[in-house]
Design a protein around this ligand. Sequence first.
Ligand code: ADP
Length: 678
Amino acid sequence: MPAQIDEKVDILLVDDREDGLIALEAVLGENPGYRLVKATSGRAALSLLDKYDFGLILLDVQMPELDGFETAELIRRQPNYAQVPIVFVTAINKDERYVYRGFEAGAVDYVFKPFDPVILSKKVAVFAELHLKNRRLQLQSRLLAEREAMERKAQIQSVEMENLRRYRNLADAIPHIVLRALPDGDLEYHNHLWTEYTGLSLSESLGMGWQSAICPDQLQSVLSVWYRAMRKRTRYETECKIRRYDGVFRWHWVKAEPELNDRGEVMAWLGTCTDIHDRKTFEDELKEAQQKAESANHAKTQFLANMSHEIRTPLNAIMGFTELLLDPHISDEEKNKSVSIVRRNGHALMKIVDEILDISKVEAGGLELEEVELPLFDMLNEVKTLMNVQAAKKNVTLAFEIGSRVPTLVKTDSTRVRQILLNLIGNAIKFTREGRVALITSFSSRVDEVSHLHFLIQDSGVGIDRIAAERIFQPFSQADTSTTRLFGGTGLGLALARKLARALGGDVRLLNSSPGQGSTFEVTIAVEVPPHTEWIEHSQPEQPTPQQVTDPNRAESLKGKRILLVEDAEDNQFLIKQFLSRTGAILDTASNGREGISKALANDYEVVLMEIQMPLVDGYQATTELRQKGYDKPIIALTAHALNEERERCMQTGCSGHLTKPISRRQLIDSLLEHVSH
Ligand code: ADP
């Protein structure tokens, strides 16, 4: 719209008579400020209204068809002409009623013919001036409105800019990545944390560039969730790994909400990425720990079931055969047989208890190793002798070979090495129905490195499948519960052997195995070779040396010796009495620590056998008190634990010796002989 107004006023002259129009034109035509438009009828006048912006209408009253009043009424109905001044020009009706009607029809004035040209032109000039003023006013108010609208727009824009600035500041201040994407998913904004985290600039991330930061393995699933959310216009939510600037992937919780307009159309997507890596890792670790705990629990339950089976089997035999022994009518032969069964099963029970003690000791980190000079071939012969008994029962041949130049003497913990070998060879024989088990011993030494003994234990037995091979070294784990039930065992042996070997600077590994083909285990032990040690090359181990047995004549040396047994359990009192019955020793008993102290002090015993675990005054306390009172005779502790710490504690309390239950006759006599005066 122009900012200037048209300074000419359109004036409509309506008269059906040409002379009337000419008369008006004659008066007004000379004014350059007017644009005169003529119409010769009411209808013609109405048709012109749209084409001009009339500031004044001079309307003849007497006209055929539509007279002046009717025309005026119709003009007034036009919205643009409701206020336009209409001046009636009339020759006849001057009476008041007639004039009144004219005003009702919308006239603002009357001019009566013949009119005075000066008055007419003055009147017209007033209306024209009024119209121009109106026009100016309209223009001004329009300009004002336009200016206001522009100012408002500028204000809105500045508020929007301010809002945007605040929004970005806010987005930068929050400790999450903030993203905004267009409805089609193209990224259009991200806060500075995104750049800080990913190292990607805005231009690298815009559009679909952000995808390069998503973990490639997860991109497909991230996109498919994203496309689904876009299709359904619903919240987008997922967890995925996003690459950090240094290449490290960290877990994030990604969320985006659609911004909808009034019509429910998506205008944009506003999203956040929250670093949940630590929480997720913690949860994963927790889950893993839980799984581990569950599987450990399961293994323990399994173990308990096996243990129960393993313990009950010998226990059953012991209880059954002892009951048989109580029968006064059984023959000597039956008696001997029953006793040897009870003894054998007692040994089996002891082995189980020893294994459990050992493993718990190793697991608690309380394993103490001794380093002694071990005559390698004596040890191998001893192991072979022991294992031969088992192998012979099963139609399994046992071969011991030397695989390289080997020292005859090494420094290590001989008991533990022996234990490991017995365990692995025991397994090899156990899991071989018939065939061959071989132990190949070799030695390796590299300059500046620790020397190692290597033992290969090969069997032609049932073998182990690949999956079970990973499990068998875990405590309480067996390759297959059902198969192993056939062979027995607790699932502790290999775990223990490995822990022991590792403690000795080596390891136990399953070198190869396949079901039905047999297995080869390797044991390595770090050793030191003492100087001047002899070496042997590829020979067979020596023949077994006969085991030391108690000389029956030696037991005679206990004859007449007075021994005090402090023991609360009657069965054990009875057992020891039986063991000593044929030695001629004189056994006195005390049933608790207190009685033991007074008896020991009151009598002249050669040795005191002191049970450690007793109610009221236990063996430790009794020994301590006796020593404090100056008692200097030997006190041999009897304990139920084979632990080193137990033995040490006994010695510290003042005991002279230590026997672990179950005690064999030979051990008891040997120990007494060691302590009595000869
Ligand atoms: P145990 O023999 O008391 O069950 P181990 O820890 O010694 O416990 O052995 C664990 C498992 O490993 C055994 O139950 C058995 O399934 C498997 N295994 C060990 N040695 C052999 C072997 N030589 N041949 C086949 N399987 C073996």
